[in-house]
Design a protein around this ligand. Structure first.
Ligand SMILES: C[S@@+](CC[C@H](N)C(=O)[O-])C[C@H]1O[C@@H](n2cnc3c(N)ncnc32)[C@H](O)[C@@H]1O
Length: 225
């Protein structure tokens, strides 16, 4: 099975437990991380790529119009339900592949991806697509897991992330694959400097990054000039 198909099926399988596990496994820090990332965008029309159940799009909709996109219908259905339930009128959902966005060039004021870029098969292609659909002067924001920089904290965190998290995740979701995949995909993800290079080679300029919560996650901000 190709990575794309595997990822699509994996998220379909855990969609009903996704929000609960996010909140539990991050000790509710995930809300702060998404808010911080969303606040790095200018206002206007914003594309949320790999939107999943839509928490970033919902955060973005507090200041802007949001388009939530994902290739997994099961996740998007939950996103749609949450938008409706919260009576949000300036956000919508659309099925889309991050590596082949169906939007015209320069059609958004900004684009954001949270915990999604690690899952796409071709990271540079997805970053280039985000850069393509953003107007000049707009930003591309990426929120992703990182390796904490402090050695002592990193070893403690690895025990949690590589041993405890997969155990809790598989117990709650009743699926062992996805929560073992999570730590291994984070370990395989490019380091900060390498990721910045990928952003640069996708056309982004003036790249800045912010480590949050001891560097468990990093927010990257690039501009289209
Ligand atoms: C870990 S979830 C993140 C969801 C959400 N952004 C959040 O902050 O919780 C990753 C999402 O990326 C989506 N995804 C992975 N590869 C994709 C691709 N090539 N195109 C569109 N969506 C993709 C998955 O379906 C899944 O919903």
């Amino acid at each position: 099975m190709q990575k794309k198909e595997y990822i699509q099926k994996m998220f379909a399988g855990i969609s009903h437990r996704y929000d609960f596990l996010n909140s539990l496994l991050s000790l509710r820090r995930d809300r702060y991380w998404r808010r911080f990332a969303a606040e790095k965008l200018q206002s206007g029309l914003i594309l949320d790529v790999c939107s999943g159940t839509g928490d970033v799009a919902i955060e973005v909709s507090k200041r802007s119009h949001a388009v939530a996109s994902d290739f997994c219908l099961e996740m998007l259905k939950l996103c749609e339900m949450k938008i409706k339930k919260s009576n949000i009128t300036n956000a919508c959902c659309i099925q889309n592949d991050a590596e082949n966005l169906s939007f015209k060039d320069n059609s958004f004021n900004g684009a954001i991806v949270a915990f999604g870029i690690r899952n796409v098969a071709d990271i540079k292609k997805a970053l280039s697509e985000m850069h393509r659909v953003v107007r000049k002067g707009g930003r591309v924001v990426v929120l992703e897991f990182s390796q904490p920089q402090n050695r002592v904290f990193r070893s403690m965190y690895h025990i949690y992330f590589q041993k405890m998290l997969p155990a809790i995740g598989s117990l709650v979701s009743k699926k062992s694959g996805p929560y073992s995949y999570l730590p291994s995909s984070v370990m395989a993800f490019p380091k900060r400097e390498e990721f910045i290079e990928l952003m640069k080679s996708s056309g982004m300029k003036e790249i800045q990054y912010y480590d949050l919560t001891f560097g468990i996650v990093t927010v990257y901000v690039g501009s289209k000039l």
